[in-house]
Design a protein around this ligand. Structure first.
Ligand code: NDP
Ligand code: OXD
Length: 309
């Protein structure tokens, strides 16, 4: 049987030699070269075109070449009976934490304010809190959220985390479920979202929830663009409810050139680069998922389709 690999052209150039070395003798089909679709039993995919997976009649396993599986499972024709494994790679986790720590520090140390002042040659000091006086809330306290939270905590920030199920993380207060949401919002001067996009998190950052944050709070969205109502963010910035937003993910990617976020003085835009898949390290997780599947073992990072992540 054959393994389909579907990723962007540049990523395929990296994946091809790694896969051929790690799984010698296997029959790989590098998209768009599919060959006989009925020969494919495993698909390694990132953002597959709608209909691609449902067109593989003998498919048995889907491995996502990224952490977020939303682009795979939102396809209405997606074969829902099949197991989907998401990527968990320590390199990606470390990269995400670097991004989150960097952006939280920038917000905490008023980077946007001082950059704007420099452009005006304006020498003016502002009161500065210590990290311990800065409450940071992390929505999505899973693999990535907990690592970022622990690193922010090590810098002295007053960190809390929010997840669907209750968590017990040493030295970090945690909140869970709908009942815990308002409480973490109310304490978060900087709110980081590392939520997956699911039917429950779609539009979760909206006028109502942004209004629960302390006045002048800032947000960092690195989860998925669909979790944030863009018009509500702009309104919250205009009203002063929010002071700044750092956004790495968007409803439409690439962000269209005429989108108001690009030129907003209190929005930082990065092009979905917080934590790219790094094939050289991610190969280990991909090979492990195939090994577990072929040995009939439970799949370590299998997603729960009912939860959507
Ligand atoms: P995990 O599955 O490990 O963590 C997801 C977290 O979100 C869990 O804590 C989960 O709760 C929580 N969660 C999910 N739904 C809800 C809900 N309805 N209410 C409250 N909490 C909820 O995923 P990762 O940490 O590995 O990745 C998170 C996301 O980060 C990815 O899905 C992807 O969208 C994004 N990402 C972005 C990248 C970028 O470059 N910008 C790169 C990589 C990932 P519980 O623990 O109870 O299950
Ligand atoms: C991912 C991403 O989910 O890159 O891996 O966003």
């Amino acid at each position: 049987m054959a393994i389909l690999v579907r990723a962007g052209a540049k990523a395929l150039d990296s994946w091809r030699p790694l896969l051929e070395t790690a799984l010698p003798g296997r029959d790989f089909r590098f998209f768009p070269e599919l060959g006989d679709p009925a020969a494919i039993d495993i698909a390694l995919v990132w953002q597959p075109e709608p209909g691609l997976l449902s067109g593989l009649p003998k498919l048995e396993l889907i491995v996502c070449l990224g952490a977020g599986v939303d682009a795979i499972i939102r396809d209405p024709s997606f074969p829902r009976h099949l197991p989907v494994v998401r990527l968990v790679d320590p390199y990606m986790t470390a990269a995400m934490s670097e991004y989150v720590v960097f952006q939280v520090l920038c917000l905490h140390r008023q980077g946007l304010v001082y950059s704007a002042q420099q452009r005006r040659s304006e020498w003016r000091e502002h009161p500065q809190k210590n990290a311990g006086e800065r409450p940071v809330g992390i929505l999505g306290f899973g693999t990535l959220g907990q690592d970022a939270g622990k690193k922010l905590k090590a810098l002295g920030f007053d960190v809390a985390g929010w997840s669907r199920s209750a968590k017990n993380v040493p030295c970090i207060p945690t909140y869970a479920g709908a009942a815990g949401l308002d409480a973490i919002l109310a304490r978060s001067e900087i709110l980081v979202s590392l939520l997956p996009l699911t039917r429950d998190t779609d539009g979760l950052l909206n006028a109502r929830t942004l209004a629960r944050l302390p006045r002048g709070a800032a947000i960092v969205n690195v989860g998925r663009g669909g979790t944030l109502i863009e018009a509500d963010l702009l309104a919250a910035l205009d009203s002063g409810q929010l002071s700044a937003a750092v956004l790495d993910v968007f409803h439409t990617e690439p962000l269209p050139p005429d989108h108001p976020f690009w030129r907003h003085p209190r929005i930082v835009v990065t092009p979905h680069i917080a934590a790219d898949t790094h094939p050289a390290t991610a190969i280990a997780a991909v090979v492990e998922a195939i090994r577990e599947f072929e040995a009939g073992l439970p799949l370590t990072n299998r997603i729960d389709l009912d939860r959507g992540y």
